[in-house]
Design a protein around this ligand. Sequence first.
Ligand code: G1P
Length: 285
Amino acid sequence: MNHVKKAIFPVGGMGSRLLPATKTLPKEILPIINKPIIQYAVEEALKSDITELIFITGRHKRPIEDHFDTAPELELYLLNKKKFDLLNAIKSIVPKKTSCIFIRQPGPLGLGHAILSAEPVIKNEKFAVILPDDLIDADTPTIKQLINISNKVDSSVIAVEDVLLEDIQKYGIITQENEYKNQKISKIINIIEKPCIKTAPSNTAVVGRYILEPHIFKHLQKTLPGLNNEIQLTDGISSLMKEKNIFAYRYDGIRFDCGNKTGMFNANIYFGKKYHGLVPIKNEK
Ligand code: G1P
């Protein structure tokens, strides 16, 4: 049985690594081929039977709200032109019986703060967190994989993968319980936000998919600003770990970090080839 019906999409970030594209456009609205990054994240949730989409937005993020709203003039135009495929494509972005909830974060206060902002909507349920920057192509949607594991172990579950040593400082890094080390599912015994290579306990990194028990909220409430003076979700998870088991899951799928140019470039090539039959031009010398 799927116990997870709500997903949080933290979309308040500045997207400075993609300037100048993100000067006026939220990074989540930038497309991979012809679909905004945020729509891939939402589709992953919908395919995983999630019906409440909670966006934690901020200033300059209005295009995200508009993307998930109706567009009457455009719909009428496409209807008159008999462009039914396109009409259907924009009308089915949010299926009926799905609700979109937008909560505004007053500033860059951290991922932990963003998650805490959703507490009044989540209340006492297990929920999903999807970071849209991490675009993952997988046969079974990654968040669905996590839901299945979470139902099995009846605990919070976090997606992980091993990263290159030079990338350690970009991620939350975990230590797994020894006897389960490198298995697909393992118990986490330590988690630290963006350590330097020298002090990192491993190279197993947290990827932007989480299933969390609502107990996380009381831990986030008492989490003080950490790295970059922001309230870090990682610190809240570290505190929750003292009370409850938390599991790491090595998900199946191919991930692109679309918060930077390399990830965006590779994702466009990969999705273009795989889903749109596009072929890059051969103009190398
Ligand atoms: C966030 C989390 C980090 C995690 C990463 C995954 O960092 O704080 O622990 O490893 O997402 O993408 P951000 O990328 O927002 O800096």
